[in-house]
Design a protein around this ligand. Structure first.
Ligand SMILES: [Fe+2]
Length: 295
């Protein structure tokens, strides 16, 4: 199924929720009958693993697939790693994903790779740098790149724009799409003392093409102060379901993904959480302004 057909399917259907495809589940999913409506994979897991790549292409025969990069560092002041981007583009050509996305963050500097998604200040200089890199990525991909909002733990004193203003301007300058990670929105709002509902209301709705849902953990340091950490290692928290219902009413039906990376449960458990997301979505969109809660 091509990207256009998949987009029509999502437009016509009642929000099938997808599941993040991780390597421990790859053989099982490639064997068939996963029950997932669609899958999202990290390209970096397949660039140097021919067997995994072969299985992904097999999976692609039966499932729509999105690709979500974790190493295309559009926030890096030293520029995007072109060799890495070229490898991602090769995989994109093979897989034909219906969305290619990545993070508003940096993880490389020159030839150093840091296995993390690091924050950027929101100011005009950074906006110019990120916009240049998004243009470069889109030119290489020959399609729209979709940028995800980060989970934040600190704010830069140098920032002169809000995150939503930064993303809105990035969309305006590059034509990129937005991936709204609803859990990241909640984590950032709790950590920084913002209002998560106001954050969703401030995003440019037409640019939002995908939603993420993932679990977080509450961690406390030696001084007793706590923070929410975007660990992708737990079930989705109840306040995030409320926020998800609000996001759907604000943005309309959007492909949604269940993300889980650590303490990985069975694929069947992930598929069950996806079904729960479908229930929340149907309830939110049929009851309009009412709050969606599971039975
Ligand atoms: Fe995410």
């Amino acid at each position: 199924m091509g990207a256009a057909a998949i987009s029509r399917e999502y437009a016509d259907d009642a929000l099938p929720t997808g599941v993040g495809l991780r390597l421990p589940h790859l053989s099982e999913v490639a064997a068939g009958a996963s029950g997932a409506a669609w899958l999202e994979a990290h390209p970096e897991n397949f660039l140097a693993n021919p067997h995994a790549r072969e299985l992904l292409l097999s999976v692609r025969q039966f499932h729509p697939v999105a690709l979500h990069t974790v190493g295309v560092s559009v926030g890096s002041a030293s520029g995007v790693d072109r060799a890495h981007l070229a490898r991602v583009c090769e995989l994109v050509d093979d897989v034909e994903p219906f969305i290619v996305s990545g993070h508003l963050a940096w993880s490389t500097h020159s030839d150093i790779y840091l296995n993390d998604l690091l924050p950027i200040p929101y100011d005009e200089e950074t906006l110019r740098i990120v916009a240049t890199h998004v243009h470069e990525v889109q030119d290489a991909l020959r399609q729209r790149y979709v940028v995800e909002n980060p989970a934040s733990y600190v704010e830069f004193g140098a920032s002169t724009l809000t995150e939503t203003d930064f993303l809105t301007e990035l969309v305006s300058r590059t034509g990129c799409g937005l991936l709204c990670d609803v859990s990241n929105t909640y984590v950032s709002a709790e950590n920084l003392g913002h209002d998560a509902f106001e954050y969703l209301d401030a995003l440019p709705a037409r640019a939002v093409v995908e939603l993420h849902l993932g679990g977080f953990t509450r961690e406390t340091d030696g001084s007793g102060s706590a923070a929410l950490i975007d660990t992708h290692s737990a079930a989705i928290a109840e306040p995030v379901w409320d926020l998800y219902a609000h996001a759907l009413r604000r943005f309309g039906p959007r492909p949604t993904l269940i993300e889980w990376d650590n303490s990985l449960p069975t694929f069947a458990q992930l598929a069950a959480e996806a079904q729960h997301a479908d229930f929340i979505a149907r309830t939110a969109l049929t009851k309009g302004a009412g709050r969606a809660r599971a039975p």
